[in-house]
Design a protein. Structure first.
Length: 417
């Protein structure tokens, strides 16, 4: 069969490599793909992931049997509705209505409140002054989130009131009335990421969790990002907590969606936290996490086509993961998640097989240049987390770039050591 993967980041790079392992897959089309996918896929340059008409044309012309949508933006804008509804193309991913689980934090929070799914206390605001008053009454630490998509960067975790009001100014642009924001109770504990395959009332949760590192700098300091690194498995967060998440969050939220008339089909990402009051929801996303997908798909031994079709048919299944541990360190453009320069050269020829491209393009001579904020996920593998961390940073040392071009955290996986 022919498969199309929509997207151009590291998550989609991992999906392309995973589909390439399947004996059922003849061709993989990466739309628009990136400079690292050419060894496993036919990269369709010049077709935007938001150009649904052009994507449908490619899929129909190339007899694509399954489309797998990687990023959130096309999902939340209705790519599944268009490809399936207008052209009958099979897509693995939620429709626009169901993708509200990611596109609207207020929608998802209201759903959780209605069905008593454990999460942080929250309030929604469109009025700047009302939000200010609520923050003054509640105090810090406190969490502020944009209601819509923000690439992981529309979150402010404020440790004091100055940070809270600065974050409010940033998210609401200092206006009296603006786009909705959600103000949440600050939760303390260990975070983890759980991926779930969902089809209506059917769900299968990954048997392995991952842990992401959202803050830009070592020691979980600095602004939130799309993810500065990840690792799996997370041995110090025991299986009992994964099971609690499945029983008290995944099961109830899938049933709640059905009750609300939603027909979710695709990957549901649960960002959870182990608190002193049990496991609680931090966020839901309507797709694989990035960079968690790169790690988990690398560790997963199953044929992804089988998993997708088991989900479609609501067949019971179990996923298997290779032994050992994997760590990924994200190299990012200096200045990210704020302003940064592009067009800086990066050389990783010695470790290509250990890398997933997030934001690189090639010049006319084939040399890689930065084209985004998050640039390259460099991975390492080992029998235990210490060995995997050592291997990952040894591989990072083999990446060549000029000073002040890239930065990365040096403590990925440290919580597990």
């Amino acid at each position: 069969m022919n498969i199309a993967v929509i997207g151009s980041g590291g998550r989609e790079h991992a999906l392309v490599r995973k589909f390439a392992e399947s004996e059922q897959v003849d061709r993989i089309l990466a739309i628009p793909g990136n400079a690292g996918m050419g060894d496993a896929a036919e990269v369709i340059h010049g077709v935007s992931e938001m150009d649904f008409e052009a994507i449908s044309g490619v899929c129909l012309e190339q007899d694509v049997e399954w489309v797998f949508v990687g990023p959130e933006a096309p999902l939340c804008e209705g790519i599944v509705d268009y490809l399936e509804g207008e052209h009958g193309i099979k897509v693995f991913g939620p429709r626009k209505k169901e993708a509200q689980m990611e596109s609207s934090k207020a929608f998802t929070k209201a759903l959780m409140a209605k069905y008593d799914i454990p999460t942080a206390k929250f309030a929604k605001f469109t009025d700047y002054d009302e939000a200010c008053q609520y923050i003054r009454q509640t105090g810090a630490p406190i969490v502020l989130k944009k209601d819509g998509l923000s690439g992981g960067k529309g979150v402010v975790v404020a440790g004091d009131m100055d940070e809270a009001f600065a974050g409010l100014d940033e998210l609401m642009a200092g206006g009296a009335v603006g786009a909705p924001i959600v103000v949440e109770e600050y939760l303390e504990g260990e975070e983890f990421s759980l991926m779930v395959f969902v089809n209506g009332d059917y769900s299968h949760s990954f048997e392995m969790i991952a842990q992401d590192h959202k803050r830009a700098f070592d020691g979980d300091t600095g602004p939130n990002t799309g993810g500065m690194g990840a690792y799996a498995p997370v041995a110090h967060i025991g299986e009992v907590y994964r099971q609690e998440a499945v029983e008290k969050i995944v099961g109830p939220v899938t049933r709640a969606m059905v009750e609300e008339g939603l027909d979710y089909f695709g990957v549901l990402y649960l960002g959870a936290m182990v608190t002193e009051d049990g496991v609680k929801v931090i966020e839901f996303n309507a797709r694989f996490g990035d960079p968690e997908a790169q790690i988990l798909l690398s560790m997963m031994e199953d044929d992804l086509v089988d998993v997708i079709e088991n989900t479609r048919d609501k067949e019971p299944c179990s996923l298997t993961f290779k032994p050992g541990c994997m760590v990924g360190v994200m190299l990012s453009s200096e200045g990210y998640p704020k302003a940064y320069e592009k067009g800086k050269y990066v050389d990783f020829d010695d470790i290509t097989d250990h890398c997933y491209i997030s934001g690189l393009t090639q010049d006319i001579e084939g040399r890689f240049m930065t084209s985004g904020g998050r640039v390259l996920l460099v991975t390492g593998y080992g029998d235990d987390i210490a060995a995997a961390v050592e291997d990952a940073y040894a591989n990072v040392d083999k990446v060549r770039f000029d000073a002040d071009t890239l930065f990365y955290r040096r403590d990925i996986g440290s919580r597990a050591l």
